[in-house]
Structures are given as C-alpha cells and as structure tokens.
Design a protein around this ligand. Structure first.
Ligand code: FAD
Ligand code: NAP
Length: 309
C-alpha cells in the first residue's frame, strides 16, 4: 500500500513528491508516462520563473528538478495511469499495462493540453513565433504586432493582455460573433490596439529560420490578406487531462466543473477525502510553472496533515 501516489511528473507532481518525501511520507510513487518535467520542456524560452536572470529553455529549467525532488525517497515509475478508483477507504491506481496498486492518498497532476488549430505552419513554427501562452511569450513581442486566433474567453482575454504589451493585436475569428462573455467582448471592442479580423480563417503561418514572419488570412468571400505579425497566438480551446478520473460509468471520481477542470479548495482537496489535484488540471489554474509547483507543495502538505490526524 502506498502512502501517496502522484499521477503526472510535471512541475506540480515533482514538487508534490519533494514536499511529501521531505515531509516524512515513506511510500511515495510518482507515475509519469514520459520523462519527468512536464509540458514546459517543449518551451524554448522561459523568463518568468523566479531565480534565473538568464532566459532558459524548458529543458534547462526542468533538468535539475527530478534529481532534487527524488533526493528524499520519491520513486518515479515510468508508466501511464489509466484510471484511479475508490477501493473502500483507499484508492486503486490502474496502470495502462493492467497492473493495479493501492494508495491511501492520490494527487492528480496530469496537466492540460492546448488544442491545435490544424493550420499549415503551426507545428513547424510552434515555439518559434507560434504560442499558446500570452503570459509566457507576450513579452517577446513588446511594441511589435501579434495575431491572436479564437473567439472564446481565452482568446479575448489574452488579446487584451497582449494589447497592454504589444503595438497592435489582430484578433482573427472564423465567425462574426464571439463565444466570450459580453463584458469581455465589450472591452475588446473598445480597445484601440485590437483590430478585429472576423469571418476569417488562417490559411498558413509562414516564416523562415528566424521564426514567424506572418500569416495568410482568408475571409468568407475568399479574399486573402497577408498579416505580417511575428507573433501568432492560438487559443482554440484546452483539453484538461482528466481521463484518469473517469469511471467505468462515464462519471468522474470527484467533482469537475463544466470544462472538466477539477474542483479543489485552497488546500488542493477535492470533494473526495484523500484525493487532491494540483497544477494546470485544477479550476482557475493560472497555467504557469511557478503556480503548478506551488500547488504541488500545498497538496503534499495537505496529505501530510491528513496522515497526521
Ligand atoms: P504538466 O507540465 O502538463 O505535466 C503533466 C504531466 O503529467 C506530463 O509530464 C504528462 O506526461 C503526465 N501525464 C499526463 N497524463 C498522465 C497519465 N495518464 N499517466 C502518467 N502521466 C501522465 N509556464 C510558465 O510559467 N512560463 C512559461 O514561459 C511557460 N511557457 C510555456 C510554453 C509552452 C510551449 C507550454 C506548452 C507551456 C508553457 N507554460 C509556461 C505553462 C507550463 O508549462 C504549465 O503551466 C505547467 O507545466 C503545468 O504543470 P503541471 O505539472 O500542472 O502539468
Ligand atoms: P472555447 O470557448 O472552446 O473557444 C474556442 C474558440 O476557438 C471558439 O471561438 C472557436 O470558434 C475557435 N476555434 C476552435 N477551433 C478552431 C479552429 N480549428 N480554427 C479556428 N478557430 C477555432 O475555448 P476557450 O476560450 O479556451 O474557453 C474554454 C472554456 O473556458 C470556455 O467555456 C470559456 O468560457 C472558459 N473560460 C472562462 C474564462 C472566464 O470566465 N474568465 C476565461 C477563459 C476561459 P467558434 O466560436 O466558431 O466555435
């Protein structure tokens, strides 16, 4: 029986493991289906993780984490978790290979994944001008022009964020009405720095070795427009990686909101005793490394508190 099973080895999972083992928990296993480090390892430039003056790649940032976080006894099992279910007072973790493990506590740290738009050039220039994160990459386009794709709350909120930093924001949306809340739409409409490019789709994002040079946008009448902005931000929805919480009958093991994000309190507790969630998977997650790591620490301290009572 494990004292704690951590699902996911990104910033949240690794930090949870560090705090749990350093705080005295003995049998702690972190299940990570890839190399520990999480989605940030895909990023080429990080300049908002405190403590480093130099701009780092995601790999450089995360490289020392596993060593440090496993120094106090955290074990990493290279395995995909299929499902977590309740087994009396405890939890059963079922791995993709069929193995089953019992655990007294679970911290789910499986993160979230931005949806791709499926545009020509999107994959080629991902991390070289194409981004899913304005907080992370907006500053690289200070006083420059950027394009934003999408018509939901995320796209419009991020367009407003980028308008504070950038010279101009082209907000490209495939329809002429938005999904975003009316208040956010009003703020976008009133912002002089945001140009709406409506009823339009993106045919191609183009560039060279230095990165994105612009994008070809087509309106509904077939007219093409070349927008020469070096930053292209895609916000066409997120997939929350909550599959491990799905039960056989299709329900979730704990409460999730309408977007599938796990509902937690300030101690990262779900509504199920002994089940915690941390990082990008939780409600209201700012989706930043520093926040995910903080969540992981909070969740582990909550597990220790529970075990001590
Ligand atoms: P993740 O990092 O997503 O880690 C989840 C882990 O769980 C993954 O390693 C995954 O393999 C594993 N996993 C998922 N499902 C399973 C399963 N069933 N079984 C086993 N393992 C599983 N943040 C910043 O602060 N600054 C930046 O500059 C920045 N830039 C970014 C650039 C890019 C390109 C991307 C994609 C993100 C960026 N972010 C940035 C956001 C940051 O990466 C995330 O907020 C952070 O990684 C979230 O951490 P997490 O631990 O919650 O989840
Ligand atoms: P979303 O609401 O699903 O919006 C995605 C947007 O991207 C839509 O406008 C959609 O167009 C567009 N889109 C999807 N696929 C596309 C493609 N392949 N090419 C071009 N455009 C594409 O996603 P989200 O904005 O990330 O929001 C997710 C959920 O979180 C929403 O329910 C949202 O309300 C919520 N959220 C809330 C807040 C808040 O309350 N402050 C903040 C952020 C997010 P169509 O409109 O034509 O479908």
């Amino acid at each position: 029986m494990l004292d704690l099973a951590i699902i996911g080895g990104g910033p949240a999972g690794l930090t949870a493991g560090l705090y749990a083992t350093r705080g005295g928990l003995k049998n702690v296993v972190m299940y990570e289906m890839g190399l520990p480090g999480g989605q940030i390892t895909q990023s080429s430039e990080i300049e908002n993780y405190p403590g480093f003056e130099k701009v780092l790649t995601g790999m450089e940032l995360m490289e020392p984490w596993p060593k440090q976080c496993m120094r106090f006894g955290l074990k990493h099992e290279l395995a995909e978790v299929k499902n977590v279910s309740k087994m009396d007072e405890n939890f059963q973790v079922t791995l993709a290979n069929g193995d089953k493990v019992l655990a007294k506590n679970i911290i789910v740290c499986t993160g979230s994944t931005p949806k791709r738009a499926g545009i020509k050039g999107e994959d080629e220039f991902y991390g070289k001008g194409v981004s899913n994160c304005a907080t992370c990459d907006g500053f690289f386009y200070k006083d420059k022009e950027v394009s934003v794709l999408g018509g939901g709350d995320t796209a419009l909120e991020e367009a407003l964020y980028l308008a504070n930093i950038c010279k101009k924001v082209y907000l490209i949306h495939r329809r002429d009405s938005f999904r975003a809340s009316p208040h956010t739409v009003k703020r976008v409409m009133e912002n002089d720095k945001i140009e709406l490019v409506l009823n339009s789709t993106v045919k191609e994002i183009y560039g060279d070795e230095s990165g994105v040079n612009g994008s070809i946008v087509v309106d509904k009448d077939g007219n093409e427009r070349d927008i020469k902005a070096p930053g292209f931000f895609i916000f066409v929805g997120m997939n929350v990686n909550n599959g491990v919480l799905k039960q056989e009958d299709g329900s979730f093991l704990c409460k999730v909101n309408e977007w599938g994000e796990v509902i937690v309190d300030l101690k990262m507790r779900t509504d199920v005793e002994g089940l915690f969630a941390a990082g990008d998977i939780r409600i209201e997650a700012p989706k930043q490394v520093v926040c995910a790591a903080g969540d992981g620490a909070v969740a582990a301290l909550s597990v220790i508190e529970r075990e001590n009572h």
